[in-house]
Design a protein around this ligand. Sequence first.
Ligand code: 76R
Length: 270
Amino acid sequence: MSSSAITLSRGVHVAHLFFRLDRVRWQSLTAEESKSAQERLGGVCARFPGPAAPRVMTFAGVGGKADVIFLLFAADLRQLSSMQRELEAAFPVGTLNPVYSYLSITELPEYVATDDDLKAILARDGVVPGHPQFEERFAAAQKRNAEYQHYRLYPEIEAWEVMCFYPMNKKRSGADNWYSLDFETRKKLMASHARTGRKYSGRIAQLITGSAGLDDWEWGVTLMAHQLDAVKEIVYEMRFDEVTARYGEFGPFFISLYLSPEELWSHLGL
Ligand code: 76R
């Protein structure tokens, strides 16, 4: 078997892994066994600190759906899989049981701003070709756009206090079939979606990863926030955007706290 890297043409692989702890099994561990599991986990995480891939982030679930959550980023699919196996193996056999998982990849949105879009935005401020500031403003807009696209493909997601993850689809039913809309219509609807999103700048950091053909839904939505009402507000407000109201379909929602492996141990009382 070859062990060469399995990379994407562009972007990185992302795995959201959700586990429940077997408390009965954990009870039979000695303090030393618990401590060495924590050290093993800390060791794996220390090798993948981020902020770019390869990266492991650790979370504690809030509510009843999962206890321990890992968010993994890797350019190489083999490495992503090995990282998962190493994280699992850090825990004594039978203590960590998978309850949900999501595999996706980073992607450039189909509706990225073109040079013509950037010129149209400048024209709204009266900055048209020939204007003394045109060249400078256009170059700055192109630079921002290039940086923006880079971070869509190679995210360095903010390590804020709270993560909300859920998968979603765009509907394909009867009159509401996203995939039979033409490109310009989809682009217009997504632009209005993005305007809503940008209002939450500083309160919500979003990562949209694509999973058509990879997992049960079409996208994974990862929201980082400082507090939960920001999550509730953005998800609620977006329900009124046409693109979500007509075409959005959602899977289960998972809320978790971003914690270091040490914090995770004390938080979970391990
Ligand atoms: O890439 C960009 O940020 C440009 C604009 C943009 C695109 C193309 C954008 C902006 N999103 C895009 C694509 Mn989004 N997003 C979601 C959800 O709960 C819901 O109703 C939907 C879940 C949230 C909360 C959210 C937030 N977005 C997408 C796609 C892919 C669609 C496709 O390709 O057909 C999905 C599934 C999706 C879903 N979006 C933003 C946000 C936020 C906060 C922004 C502004 C980001 C910023 O400007 O920093």
